[in-house]
Design a protein. Structure first.
Lengths: 428, 467
């Protein structure tokens, strides 16, 4: 089978480390007069402790509330008034902050990011914390509690990663923990994790690299390093028995979630798992779509995905039942296809379909400068390897049909799975 | 190395501005009448090919809501040469995404794929556009899928809020119904109606091919002539666009949709806006950006950052051939829903009563102009702009002159268009949440109706209340 797409693109970069430990990646691409500044801090919800879940994310909100030289909400204002976009996001393993601005405003973005990395604490006020607690509680309501099926992902995670595992709780955190956050928590978190030696800064776009490096050193170089970050243990804990739960919700269509664990992102076997997801449910011609949605018409949709976790990933199958269909019927189909994948390799054309779709997806994601910058930060944070951006598509080409079988047989056994079924809540 | 001294107290000065020009594109008509708009975007080996036809939901016949959407979505479900599954297999094996559907203005078929598969993808696009057979069993399958989709949509508070808003503000017009159809209309959409709609709306003359990607546009035009030049497909007379003229609401009309036990309330305020082709459209884009189009807009800073009522609030004028909606959206904590609605109304009044601050105007213009190149990074971004030019009949140099058009907008112009196109006294206020908690909060604001989610019988609980 010959893959019929280019597997390697030209994504040149330079890398440097400042004296304070800040890793810097520079990727020049002058196609548009834009520059993306992207900062990853290697801290996420897995660094939290029970009782303070959701803190990494609440902290991300606080970092937009101003610093010594930047007023409350001024961060967005400075960026938007020059025609830039900015945001941040929090994940299990990391928190990122980014802005894409017209190329001639590189200094502005560097000023803003360095001010909050170096001089955040003087601007911290109880009022800002209070408002952001409210905003985040509303975010939780909007994304989770008032969303059909919103709690299913959370419950699945709790079961896949047993109590005590740092992936056990949701990134957004539990309501009572968000409410409990104090100013002292904010200070301590900042001092522990928001240090230059725990961060990667990527600049991508239209700029002169040597000039940019000297600007970066000017803005960030004087920020003192912090102590090494406390390590987190996130092992693979065998489940030794299926875990399942039924979740009544304000919905009319039942939905089945089946989760397994997968190797860490970056591991060769992770790519096998990702391709298996594509083989099983990627597109209308995939076997799961064909059987559930097209032929038997017992499901409204079906999807499979593998998430890129740094320690232990999740392999997830989700399918929504047609009205009146027993979710057990859907579950039987999903599990049968997983068992089949464990028993023997997929047909070569099935793998070709999954692989070509992955390439289209990955190339599509590379069109946006902010995504490219984010990928450079990701590969540098997790693997100390910015070259991973150019090699990523090739990782999928190395995988053989046999690798998919090995993953399914080794990781998707019946004692290692979690089943969450969302069903319509009985009217009282 | 030794560092030059810096002053962190003030923002650093900008460097030298680099010019940005909208990418050139080719625009030509094939012998079959199909118009082609094609542009090159190199860097990443991708291609996006799309045909849009005057076949949007605005053409749905009375009682057959959802016909446009159903017809377009059936294009890739069977042709003279291939079954639905064979079409999907062909597209997906080359890593392609083939899709078809309709919005209010157009019906479309599109394929996105790696550039080295462009020719095969192009052939598939031609096949599903010109030779669909609408097999009876596929019509039945997609219809039953759409009925189930309505059930799903009615579970979702955000969709419920949008649907109720449109139902209220577009009463008596085609925009009042969901684009995908209703429980009563979908069973009426049989194969004969689908076929008739296809024949009446998917003629090549009157449609446009939008092609963007890592290829030579001239070569693309030659390929297009080979695939679409000689063939004719259906040859309908160009359908005349219907007149869509919603009557203004008599006052503030509050509509509560009861979801008892909901963790939050979905809030919408809105009324009909202007057609995309209206001469005030560009100043309205600026006005909306001040009001609710970005993070630092008035409504978001008020509701989110001043009051903590919500994770985010925004407003928009939706572009359509007819008068698309002006709407404000936010998911708010239930105990503050009434207060949040009043804050939004206050913001609408404020922007109609006083000139915006000079600094606010300057920041907004600079935002819209500055962010323009950022919005043109992908093949999809560029294709969307070419489609806008084609579908709304804008001049070819529209985006070349976009930034100067924006910069020409003044504070006085904003006040003028705010007074002309925003009407906080004749507006619908929709809240989807626990009605018992919401009702007292909205008392006195305007007329009030309390209803169950769509699909269940509506119970009028309160008559007009003097406001």
């Amino acid at each position: 089978m010959t893959p019929n797409a280019t597997s390697e693109l030209d994504f040149p970069f330079q890398r440097h480390t400042l004296d304070n430990g800040l890793k810097v990646v520079l990727h020049r691409n002058p196609a548009l007069p834009l520059v993306a500044v992207n900062l990853w801090y290697h801290v996420g919800s897995k660094n939290e402790r029970p009782g303070r879940t959701g803190f990494a994310h609440l902290f991300e909100h606080m970092l937009f509330q101003g610093s010594a030289n930047v007023g409350t909400n001024e961060h967005f204002r400075y960026i938007q008034q020059v025609g830039g976009v900015a945001n941040g996001s929090t994940w299990y393993d990391r928190t990122n902050y980014y802005e894409t601005v017209p190329a001639h405003q590189l200094d502005l973005a560097l000023w803003l990011e360095s001010d909050r990395m170096g001089f955040f604490l003087p601007a911290l006020t109880p009022e800002n914390l209070e408002t952001q607690r409210d905003v985040v509680m509303n975010e939780r309501r909007q994304r989770i509690e008032n969303q059909p099926y919103g709690l299913a992902g959370e419950r699945l995670h709790e079961l896949l990663y047993p109590e005590g595992h740092p992936y056990h709780w949701p990134v957004i955190g539990y309501m009572e923990d968000i409410e409990a956050a104090t100013l002292d928590d904010v200070r301590q978190f900042f001092q522990t994790y928001y240090t230059p030696n725990n961060a990667v800064l990527t600049v991508a776009g239209d700029f002169e690299p040597s000039e940019a490096l000297s600007k970066i050193d000017t803005w960030f170089g004087e920020i003192p390093p912090g102590p090494p970050v406390p390590p987190v243990s996130a092992p693979l804990i065998p489940l030794n028995g299926e875990r399942r739960t039924v979740l009544p919700d304000n919905v009319q269509l039942s939905r089945v979630y089946i989760g397994f664990r997968a190797p860490a992102y970056g591991d060769r076997r992770w790519y096998a798992a990702d391709l298996l997801a594509g083989v099983l449910a990627g597109g209308k011609s995939s076997p799961l779509y064909r059987e559930l949605v097209y032929e038997r018409q017992i499901a409204q949709d079906v999807g499979a995905s593998v998430s890129p976790y740094e320690a232990v990933a999740t392999f997830l199958l989700v399918s929504t039942a047609r009205p009146g269909v027993d979710p057990a019927e859907i579950e039987e189909v999903l599990l049968r296809h997983v068992a089949k994948a464990a028993a023997g390799p997929p047909a070569p054309e099935e793998l070709e379909r999954a692989r070509n779709r992955m390439l289209t997806d990955y190339y599509s994601s590379l069109q946006k400068l902010d995504n490219v910058a984010d990928l450079f930060s990701q590969f540098t944070t997790y693997f100390d390897d910015p070259g991973g951006v150019a090699r990523e598509a090739g990782r999928y080409l190395e995988i053989t049909p046999r690798d998919l079988t090995d993953y399914a047989a080794g990781w998707c056994g019946e004692t290692e799975r979690v089943v969450v079924t969302v069903v319509p809540r009985e009217e009282s | 190395m030794s560092r030059p001294p810096i002053d962190r107290r003030v923002p650093p000065p900008p460097g030298e501005i680099r010019h940005f020009g909208f990418p050139p594109f080719v625009r030509t008509r094939l012998t079959s009448g199909l118009e082609v708009l094609a542009a090159r975007l190199s860097g990443i080996p991708l291609a996006s090919l799309e045909v849009v036809a005057p076949a949007g939901g605005q053409f749905d016949p009375e009682g057959k809501t959802g016909l446009a959407a159903l017809t377009a979505s059936l294009l890739d479900e069977g042709t003279g040469r291939r079954s639905a599954m064979e079409i999907a297999t062909a597209a997906e094996r080359m890593g392609g995404y083939l899709s078809s559907g309709a919005d209010w203005d157009v019906g479309y078929v599109a394929v996105g794929l790696l550039a080295n598969h462009r020719e095969a993808g192009f052939g598939l696009l031609q096949e599903v556009l010109l030779d669909p057979t609408f097999p009876e069993e596929e019509v039945e399958r997609i219809r039953s899928q759409r009925l189930a989709e309505i059930v799903r949509r009615n579970q979702d508070p955000s969709s419920l809020a949008d649907d109720r808003l449109y139902e209220v503000i577009y009463q008596g017009t085609v925009y009042a119904h969901p684009l995908a159809g209703t429980e009563t209309s979908i069973p009426q959409l049989d194969r004969a109606s689908v076929l008739a709609f296809y024949r009446g709306h998917f003629g090549l003359a009157g449609s446009q091919l939008i092609a963007v990607g890592d290829f030579d546009p001239e070569e693309l035009v030659r390929d297009a002539e080979r695939l679409f030049g000689g063939v004719r497909g259906p040859e309908p007379a160009l359908p005349a666009a219907p007149e869509i003229r919603p009557a203004p609401l008599p006052g503030i009309a509050v509509h509560l949709v009861d979801r008892s036990g909901a963790a939050q309330t979905e809030l919408r305020l809105g009324h009909a806006g202007v057609p995309r082709g209206h001469p005030d459209y560009v100043p309205l884009v600026v006005l909306n950006t001040v009001l609710g189009g970005k993070f630092t807009s008035r409504i978001n800073l008020n509701l989110r950052e001043r009051h903590g009522y919500t994770y985010g609030a925004s407003s928009r004028f939706t572009a359509r051939l007819g008068p698309g909606p002006f709407s404000v959206s936010a998911a708010v904590e239930t105990e503050s829903a009434g207060a949040a609605a009043r804050e939004v109304l206050a913001e609408l009044r404020r922007i109609r009563e006083a000139l915006v601050e000079p600094e606010e105007l300057e920041e907004t213009l600079s935002y819209i102009v500055g962010v323009f190149p950022y919005t043109l990074q992908t093949v999809g971004d560029l294709a969307k702009r070419l489609e806008t030019i084609a579908v709304y009949g804008l001049p070819d140099d529209y985006y070349n002159r976009y930034q100067e058009r924006i910069l020409a907008v003044t504070r006085e112009k904003l006040l003028e268009v705010a007074q002309r196109h925003l009407d906080p006294d004749r507006i619908a206020v929709v809240a989807v949440g626990p009605a018992a908690e919401l009702e007292p909060q909205f008392a006195g604001l305007g007329t009030m109706e309390v209803g169950a989610p769509e699909g269940e019988p509506e119970v009028a609980q309160a008559g007009p209340i003097a406001g």
